[in-house]
Design a binder for this molecule. Structure first.
Ligand SMILES: CC(C)(COP(=O)(O)OP(=O)(O)OC[C@H]1O[C@@H](n2cnc3c(N)ncnc32)[C@H](O)[C@@H]1OP(=O)(O)O)[C@@H](O)C(=O)NCCC(=O)NCCS
Length: 329
């Protein structure tokens, strides 16, 4: 199915670009382009080694094939973009173009159907994570109404296999029955909805469960769900070998939020240890200042920082009282 097509406006005659849904057969090329593009941009000696054995392309495609777009030129895949819907919240990435074709408007063409998809999904809060130091990146996304807001820190906590385990009690989504999984997803939705109306990460919980990418760690308090963290672990996931990564984690807001957040971090570390991971990674938007401070207190250190760009500069759930981890990478 052809979704859009337009000739380039330059004087030079260039092949036409077609934007179309990404199919399963595209995944090896899509993965290659993603690594080559980031590896080249970051100046790696071997760009294709970007991210090692971690994966974004296959796991995101499997989570929702209808939200992945490809740019094709002369019957060859030359760029891709992936959109994610978390209920009323949407973000996109990784957006990557084959390096020899940069600055020819291909990313802009891929972004148009992505914006249409956000419209169809009725996304209220839309954003992306990008390189804060790149004028090109910031300017590209501004053309679509996204404005740079706060830094997002991607942080890491060393996980020592020797140290004694903590007393926090936690459960794993994968241990629940089918019926209890349904109830648990509802409880997670209720928790995230109390932070930002319509925020719902069922897609991530289900993707991790169905693709066996890790597990969702659950903490309870006062008879209800106090917090949860959707964790990836190991090769072929967003964590990579030897690592664990909290893709999304949050606790209920309120007077006990900081304490519950600390328990969730402990549970995340225990999960990482149970998977033999030496590190636990997690990202936080620095507008969530108290969450960032708690992570520093718990021993997390920033390994990389980028900027969150938000459509119409809408703050969404990036408030100081929100104890939530995500990084939109
Ligand atoms: C970032 C990336 C996706 C952009 O793709 P692209 O096809 O080169 O981008 P486009 O040509 O569609 O658009 C780039 C826009 O930025 C503008 N631009 C380039 N350099 C700029 C600068 N220094 N300041 C301001 N604008 C700049 C271009 O002029 C163009 O806009 P225009 O056509 O309206 O003039 C591509 O470079 C890439 O794959 N990079 C490596 C991976 C990556 O960083 N992905 C994004 C992660 S958030």
């Amino acid at each position: 199915m052809q979704m859009s097509s337009s000739p380039t406006s330059s004087m030079e005659k260039r092949p036409e670009i077609t934007i179309r849904p990404l199919c399963e057969e595209d995944l090896p090329s899509a993965d290659r382009i993603m690594r080559l593009a980031f590896g080249t941009f970051l100046g790696l000696p071997d760009p294709l080694k970007f991210m090692g054995d971690a994966d974004y392309v296959r796991t995101r495609w499997r989570a929702d094939p209808s939200a992945a777009f490809g740019a094709e030129m002369s019957a060859e895949l030359v760029g891709t973009n992936f959109a994610t819907r978390w209920g009323s919240v949407g973000f996109f990435g990784p957006l990557t173009i084959r390096p020899d074709l940069w600055d020819r408007g291909i990313a802009k063409q891929l972004l148009r159907p992505t914006m249409d998809l956000f419209e169809r999904w009725r996304i209220r809060h839309a954003g992306l994570f990008t390189f804060a130091n790149s004028a090109k990146h910031v300017s590209l996304y501004q053309k679509f109404g996204f404005w740079p807001r706060f830094l997002t820190s991607v942080m890491e906590l060393p996980v020592d296999s020797e140290s004694p385990s903590v007393s926090t009690r936690w459960a794993q989504f994968s241990d629940l029955s089918v019926g209890d999984k349904q109830l648990c997803v509802q409880a997670c939705r209720k928790l995230t909805d109390s932070i930002y109306e319509g925020l719902d990460v069922e897609r991530e919980i289900r993707a991790v469960d169905q693709q066996r990418l890790g597990d969702t760690v659950l903490t309870w308090g006062g008879g209800e769900l106090a917090g949860f963290a959707v964790c990836h672990a190991g090769p072929g996931t967003e964590a990579g070998s030897g690592n664990s990564y909290i893709k999304f984690g949050a606790v209920r807001s309120g007077p006990k939020a900081a304490q519950e957040f600390h328990r969730l971090l402990d549970a995340g570390r225990e999960f990482a240890r149970s998977r033999g991971a030496g590190k636990l990674a997690a990202g936080v938007n620095l507008a969530r200042l108290d969450a960032y401070r708690e992570m520093l207190k718990a021993g997390f250190r920033t390994t990389m920082q980028g900027v969150a760009m938000q459509r119409n500069a809408d703050p969404g759930y990036n408030r100081p009282d929100v104890f939530l981890m995500d990084d939109w990478r």
